[in-house]
Design a protein around this ligand. Structure first.
Ligand code: A3P
Length: 309
């Protein structure tokens, strides 16, 4: 690790560049372990996200959608009501393979639901070579940045040291952020989703917010578990969306008072505002113009556009 390029920390220690993306040493160790050991199966479904893009929300939707026959949405003791979504769909590199753990997949039923923040090029080889499906989620970079800034300040509260927003913003614009550069991450999966539409589904937080039914149906079709006419008529889609809504999830006992089963992190850290456009409450005009410029440079010609409303 000492030979890797490093920058001042985004979390609690310095952040290093490994295979072209930035992460803290503990994460890099997990990444290496999972790259070396994880064996993907064709039936696996892996949710890939940029940090703070709505991972928790999509984990909930994915879990409820895929398991809707096993756990009907109306069940009082549905797992989503008693467990945090990160306990239901664990991260490969920051949960299953963290700290030298050797994960036991015996308790996973097929299809295995897993998640990661890894850039495409750094995915374990077996993921790329198998028929494993990848569901990708990103969010407009301004809200992503603000959500991340709040998140790390939350982690830092124990250290009583708030990160100046200007400093973190400059790093973000330089591409230095957890799993960043943000644009490399998004663009790589965007290209893959165009080249291999059966392997990679590209979703955006804002699109799910604005057209939740349509996006959930897209997800179900991509995963080859589309809603039947009867399900549509019985309001199953609405029920799933209601169950996974910010309001419902953030008010559950497990998410107001619980902690992740393997970490010190409080579950409530994953629920803040859940809106589009909170960046406007923090960005100066200069910051907004600067990031617009960077985004325009990086994404030009890609056909990809973010919504910032
Ligand atoms: P904000 O900080 O903007 O509120 P991640 O899950 O990738 O860590 O992303 C966290 C962001 O998703 C937070 O955004 C959080 O509030 C939001 N979020 C969590 N659950 C949500 C839900 N059910 N619906 C919409 N947004 C949600």
């Amino acid at each position: 690790l000492l030979t890797l390029p490093k920058e001042r920390g985004w979390f609690v220690s310095h952040i290093y560049n490994y295979q072209g993306f930035w992460a803290i040493p503990r994460v890099i160790q997990g990444v290496i372990a999972c790259q070396q050991q994880f064996q993907a199966q064709d039936s696996d479904i892996i949710l890939v996200t940029t940090p703070k893009s709505g991972t928790t929300w999509l984990k909930s939707l994915l879990f409820v959608l895929v398991n809707r026959m096993k756990y009907p949405v109306i069940e009082q003791n549905h797992p989503l009501l008693v467990k945090n979504p990160h306990d239901l769909i664990p991260f490969l590199e920051i949960r299953l393979y963290v700290d030298g753990l050797v994960p036991n997949f015996a308790s996973f039923t097929s299809p295995r639901l897993l998640s990661t923040h890894l850039p495409f090029a750094s995915l374990p080889k077996s993921v790329q070579d198998s028929k494993t499906k990848l569901v990708y989620l990103c969010r407009n970079p301004k809200d992503t940045f603000i959500s991340m800034w709040h998140f790390i300040n939350n982690l830092r509260l124990h250290h009583k040291d708030i990160h100046p927003i200007e400093e973190k913003f400059e790093s973000f614009c330089k591409g230095v952020s957890p799993y960043g550069p943000f644009w490399n991450h998004v663009l790589d999966y965007w290209k893959q989703s165009i080249e291999k539409p059966n392997k990679v589904l590209f979703l955006m937080y804002e699109e799910i917010k604005v057209q939740p039914k349509l996006q959930l149906k897209r997800l179900a079709e991509f995963l080859e578990c589309p809603f039947s006419i009867e399900e549509e008529n019985c309001g199953v889609i609405d029920e799933i969306l209601r169950m996974c809504s910010f309001e419902n999830l953030s008010n559950l006992e497990v998410n107001t008072n619980g902690k992740l089963s393997t970490e010190e992190l409080e579950n409530k850290a994953f629920f803040r505002k859940g809106e589009i456009g909170d960046w406007k409450n923090y960005f100066t005009t200069e910051m907004s113009e600067k990031l617009n410029y960077v985004i325009e440079q990086k994404f030009q010609g890609s056909g990809l556009r973010f919504s910032y409303i």
